[in-house]
Design a protein around this ligand. Structure first.
Ligand SMILES: [Cu+2]
Length: 168
């Protein structure tokens, strides 16, 4: 009886520990110079699908000078591009490659998934399937702050965002 109770308690403790760890991994970020890259994440990819995208909760510029995101690379894709998504006059989402994304001084630029308009880092020619729970490194290059290696968390889209998953 005591043994059973003890085991039960251990399971409970592990469960609590597990949820604390989940809390800890839900928020992650990377500093580079005056910039803070908040929570890089990507959608899981399906077998045979060659494209993916990386998002950020935001890239914040705590400095007094504007910066620009000018490039990105990762080993999981052949080509990485900076993309802007915009709704055209026919309400069709269009994706455009950008040479740079402005990160103005004192502000945070949002790169979240599931928004009709915004930015993302496009992964073209995926070399591996991105599975929920996977992590992979991504290098971001900023004009002034330089290069930073961030860790991208692969995670399933929230229900509300799923309809917005883009394909191209
Ligand atoms: Cu794209």
């Amino acid at each position: 009886m005591t043994k059973f109770f003890h085991r039960h308690l251990t399971t409970l403790c592990l469960a609590v520990l597990g949820s604390l760890m989940t809390l800890a991994v839900n928020a992650h970020g990377f500093d580079v110079g005056d910039l803070f890259v908040r929570h890089p994440y990507a959608s899981p990819s399906l077998e045979g699908v060659k494209n993916g995208a990386v998002y950020f909760k935001g890239i914040k510029n705590n400095g007094k000078t504007a910066d620009q995101l000018i490039g990105a690379r990762t080993d999981v894709a052949q080509t990485v591009q900076l993309h802007e998504m915009r709704m055209d006059s026919n309400n069709v989402m269009r994706m455009k490659e950008l040479a740079a994304v402005d990160i103005p001084a004192g502000s945070e630029v949002v790169f979240v998934r599931g928004q009709p308009e915004g930015y993302h880092v496009m992964l073209l020619g995926l070399k591996q399937v991105l599975k929920d729970g996977d992590r992979f490194p991504l290098w971001l290059t900023f004009k002034h702050a330089g290069e930073v290696k961030v860790e991208v968390y692969v995670q399933t889209a929230k229900a509300a965002a799923q309809a917005e998953e883009h394909k191209h």
